[in-house]
Design a protein around this ligand. Structure first.
Ligand SMILES: [Fe+2]
Length: 250
C-alpha cells in the first residue's frame, strides 16, 4: 500500500483563491487513484463555513482513503484566535462526513483507522494538536493534551495492535522548541510515550518539507510543506512490513 502526505491546504472562501490546491488535488486523483492520503491540518484558512464547504467538495472524492487532522487555522481566525464554534464546524463539515472514526474538537481521543493490505495491517492514528485556549498568544502553539496522550498510551500498549504498522499524524511541528508562537508544549512527553512504538510520524504547520530517519524510535519523521501549487509530495510505501519513503511528482 502507498500513502501520500499532504498538508496545509488552506482552503479560502473565494474559489479563485483555491485554484492551486484544486490543481494539486486533481493531479493526486488522476495519478494516485489507489493511494491513501494523510492531510496534516490547516485544511481551511480561517474556519469559515464556506471554506469548509469548499474543502469538503474537493476532498469528498477521496472518502474511504483520506485521513485528516485539524490545524490552528481550522479552529480559529488567522490561526491565532481559537473559536469553539469553528472547532465544532470542523467536525460537522469535515470529520464526520469524511468518516474519520472519531472527532477532534474539545476533549477528544485519537482517531484510529486500520487498513489491511495483504499481510500488512497499518494503523492510522490522528491527533488534534491544537491547544484550545482563548489566549491569542498561545493558540498557534500546539499541545496533544492528557486525554489524547493517555488514550494513545493505552492503544500502543494493547497486545492486539502489536505487529501492526503505525502511522501517527498531527498538525504541529514537534521540534520547534522555545518558539512562543509555534512550539508543541508537550512534545517531549509525546516523544517518551511513542518512542519505538510507531513507524512513521507526520506533521505540517511550518510549510517546510523534511524527512528525518531513525529519530524518536521511528523509521521516518516527515514534515510536509503547504501542498497548494507544489510539484512534489511525500509518498510512503508499505510492503511486507517494510516501509520506504520518497518524493513523487503531483
Ligand atoms: Fe498551522
Amino acid at each position: 500500500m502507498k500513502v501520500l502526505h499532504l498538508s496545509d491546504l488552506h482552503f479560502h472562501t473565494n474559489s479563485k483563491d483555491n485554484r492551486k490546491i484544486i490543481k494539486t488535488l486533481n493531479s493526486v486523483k488522476e495519478k494516485y487513484s489507489n493511494h491513501y492520503i494523510v492531510v496534516t491540518g490547516d485544511i481551511v484558512d480561517d474556519g469559515h463555513e464556506k471554506q469548509f464547504k469548499n474543502a469538503y467538495n474537493a476532498l469528498k472524492t477521496f472518502k474511504g482513503r483520506i485521513f485528516i487532522v485539524p490545524g490552528n487555522h481550522d479552529f480559529g481566525a488567522a490561526g491565532n484566535f481559537y473559536s469553539r464554534e469553528r472547532a465544532k464546524i470542523f467536525d460537522e463539515m469535515l470529520t464526520k462526513p469524511l468518516e474519520q472514526g472519531g472527532t477532534f474538537s474539545f476533549d477528544n481521543k485519537p482517531t484510529v483507522n486500520v487498513v489491511t493490505d495483504g499481510d500488512d495491517k497499518t494503523m492510522f492514528i490522528g491527533l488534534d494538536s491544537n491547544l484550545e485556549t482563548t489566549s491569542p498568544f498561545d493558540f498557534a502553539c500546539g499541545e496533544i493534551g492528557k486525554t489524547q496522550r493517555n488514550a494513545l498510551a493505552e492503544l500502543l500498549h494493547d497486545n492486539t495492535t502489536r505487529g501492526m504498522n503505525k502511522i501517527l499524524f498531527f498538525h504541529h511541528h514537534p521540534f520547534l522548541r522555545n518558539d512562543p508562537f509555534m512550539e508543541m508544549k508537550d512534545a517531549s512527553k509525546l516523544a517518551r510515550l511513542i518512542y519505538g512504538k510507531v513507524n512513521v510520524i507526520m506533521f505540517g504547520h511550518k510549510h517546510e518539507m523534511d524527512c528525518i530517519k531513525n529519530t524518536w524510535g521511528a523509521d521516518y519523521i516527515l514534515a510536509a510543506d503547504n501542498s497548494p501549487g507544489k510539484a512534489k509530495v511525500g509518498e510512503l510505501t508499505i510492503e511486507d512490513g517494510n516501509i520506504s519513503f520518497k518524493y513523487v511528482q503531483v
